[in-house]
Design a protein around this ligand. Structure first.
Ligand code: AHR
Length: 327
């Protein structure tokens, strides 16, 4: 099976413009209906936001950031709908937003495929789409005006580079997020490009702590030689800690854990030496999202891609750093 295209490749294909690969390149939102209010100067901007769920600490922080930014005081009338990690719920919410004739539709797609029909319906309605966090893989041309999120492939690569440098002989089990999601597809690609030959097994924990624990319980039986877990998010890694300890092993020592996200509980596990390395995925970009939406409604140029900046953390992190973490 061929490897999925990278985020940049897929975004470029989606917007159909080869010259916009450079991050931060600008495109016009012109052509999209700027809404019935004639811009953000007067009435509130009516935004329909379909959040994919509440599966993780990251998602909770992202939802809080979005809600804190898209407020009435800031000029928004937000209709926020939680899809509970079900694509059919998201599709229904998107259709409701079209029926409500909102000014802008924003959504974070739970998986990449299966959006063609509803994206075409939105396009036909003239409502501009702002894609948030994850990506789509669709045959619809120009399905969204702008996208904001993290570079998942780079996150996977950063995790792989830590493994290559610090645990080059490790036998790795990869605890994957929701299969078919942009976060899973791209983190797998980035990590496997660097240390794919070290991966002895993979399974999905659907980005949740409970399913992460279950997947690692099974992996401990199937791959008794594994001594490092690369988990696609902190919540599943915390579930992995529970499974490892229940099996009488020491997380961070007998089985090292490399994670993605950097929520407070994940960083606490790093201070406690149960996680070994954490690649940040920053969920706090509500302000940037609000700014993008304002510009889209006002017909101003917006970047086709806005990549949220990520850091990484090792066990030199202090308790004070963790206590100061806002989420
Ligand atoms: O799409 C971002 C990912 O989704 C986060 O890494 C994960 O925690 C969440 O569920």
């Amino acid at each position: 099976m061929s490897r999925p295209a990278s985020l940049r490749t897929r975004l470029a294909a989606l917007v159909g413009v080869g010259a916009v690969l450079a991050l931060g390149a600008c495109s016009s939102s012109g052509g999209a209906d700027a809404g019935s209010d004639g811009g953000s100067g007067g009435d509130l901007i009516r935004v329909g936001f379909s959040q994919l769920g509440a599966e993780s600490g990251w998602r909770t922080a992202n939802t809080e950031s979005v809600k804190a930014s898209l407020t009435e005081e800031n000029g928004f009338d937000l209709n926020f709908v939680d899809a509970q990690q079900k694509q059919e719920n998201q599709i229904k919410a998107l259709r409701d937003f079209v029926a409500q004739d909102v000014d802008v539709i924003a959504f974070s797609p739970v998986i990449e495929t299966g959006w063609d029909e509803v994206l075409q319906e939105i396009k036909d309605s003239g409502i501009p789409v702002v894609l948030v966090d994850r990506t789509v893989d669709t045959s619809v041309e120009d399905p969204f005006v702008t996208w904001i999120g993290a570079d998942f492939e780079q996150e996977g690569r950063t995790a792989g580079e830590w493994v290559a440098e610090n645990a080059p002989d490790a036998k790795v089990f990869e605890l994957q997020g929701t299969l078919g999601s942009g976060a899973q597809v791209d983190r797998e690609k980035g990590f496997n490009d660097v240390v794919g030959d070290q991966v002895i097994g993979k399974a999905s924990g659907n980005f949740t702590r409970a399913e992460g624990r279950t997947a690692v319980e099974a992996a401990l039986q199937a791959y008794p030689e594994m001594n490092l877990i690369f988990t696609h998010n902190d919540d599943m890694g915390l579930g992995a800690i529970e499974a490892i300890e229940a099996a009488g092993k020491v997380p961070g020592e007998d089985i090292q854990i490399v994670s993605v996200d950097g929520v407070r509980d994940g960083l606490q596990a790093l201070v406690d030496k149960k996680f070994n390395f954490v690649v940040e995925c920053n969920p706090v970009f509500g302000d940037q999202l609000a700014e993008l939406i304002r510009k889209v409604v006002d017909g101003e140029d917006v970047p086709e891609t806005t990549v949220v900046e990520d850091k990484s953390f090792d066990q030199t992190i202090t308790q004070a750093d963790v206590d100061a973490r806002p989420y």
